[in-house]
Design a protein around this ligand. Structure first.
Ligand SMILES: N[C@H](CCC[C@H](N)C(=O)O)C(=O)O
Length: 261
């Protein structure tokens, strides 16, 4: 027996996608750790499982798993890849809610990532905290895009040392993705993200959304912002009208394969 998978990537943030809507798939934790392994498996930053939707209006249910086996409520780059894989601008059912997708006139893939959650309980944090300025050196801001993010601005770098320490800081009971922003202007930033459960990745879609939201909240950024990461750029808009965050960028199908089960 074997199961078909798709290898995809968005700005170098890469994924193994299995569409389990019409092929039996029972494994999970051991499978995730094995398939994500870059030496023993296919290798990816996240495993993405597609299932039949359970909510009206959704075309597909999408679940995201980090290489350490932990499940994440959001993954922006993978969401664009799933939208590209399915085509016809699907509505994705994720833990963060129903995420409509769209294609821009120049062929980029867009996803409405929904509204950020700004209360400490929703990030979540360990106790009542002003999410605009966390009690950490550098006073980062925090929010949730369906997954927890803390964002540092200007001057805090050293991601390789600070990333893993902060990912596991006691302030984050579910751990956190840690973003480091260098501002270029009010509508252009350079971002690197230490991802929860995955480490430093070439790009982080939900991290780009969180960085713009946190930058606007701190009065540092405009609501429409270009976010350049190691793997390339996304365009993010924190829409004033409904508070939703729109993310647009590339999504690439690399190859298909069969995984023995
Ligand atoms: N590591 C993240 C999930 C993947 C996020 C990232 N790949 C993206 O594009 O948003 C977490 O545990 O919340």
């Amino acid at each position: 027996m074997s199961i078909r998978f798709h290898k995809m990537q968005g700005l170098g943030n890469d994924f193994v996608v299995i569409d389990a809507r019409n092929q039996a798939f029972f494994a999970l934790l051991n499978f995730v750790v094995s398939v994500c392994d870059r030496r023993l498996g296919v290798g990816c930053d996240q495993f993405v499982l597609l299932e039949a939707p359970t909510l009206p209006g959704a075309d597909v249910r999408v679940r995201f798993f980090n290489p350490d086996g932990s499940e994440a409520g959001a993954c922006g780059n993978a969401s664009r890849c799933v939208a590209a894989l399915l085509g016809n601008a699907p509505v994705l059912q994720t833990a963060a809610g129903l995420l409509p997708s769209f294609v821009t006139p120049d062929g980029a893939i867009g996803v409405d990532m929904g509204a950020p959650k700004l209360d400490w309980r929703d990030v979540p944090l360990a106790g009542a905290t002003d999410t605009l300025s966390l009690p950490l050196p550098g006073a980062p801001a925090a929010c949730s895009m369906g997954n927890p993010h803390a964002t540092f601005f200007d001057g805090v770098t050293d991601i390789e040392r600070l990333g893993p320490l902060l990912e596991h800081d006691a302030l984050f009971p579910e751990r956190a993705n840690i973003g480091f922003v260098e501002r270029r202007s009010r509508d252009a930033i350079r971002l690197r993200v230490w991802e929860r459960g995955a480490g430093l990745t070439p790009a982080c879609g939900s991290g780009a959304c969180a960085a713009v939201v946190n930058g606007v909240r701190k009065g540092l950024l405009a609501r429409r912002c270009a976010v350049e990461m190691d793997g390339g750029s996304l365009f993010i808009e924190w829409r004033e009208a409904d508070g939703h965050v729109l993310m647009t960028g590339p999504a690439t199908h690399v190859f298909e394969g069969m995984w023995p089960t």
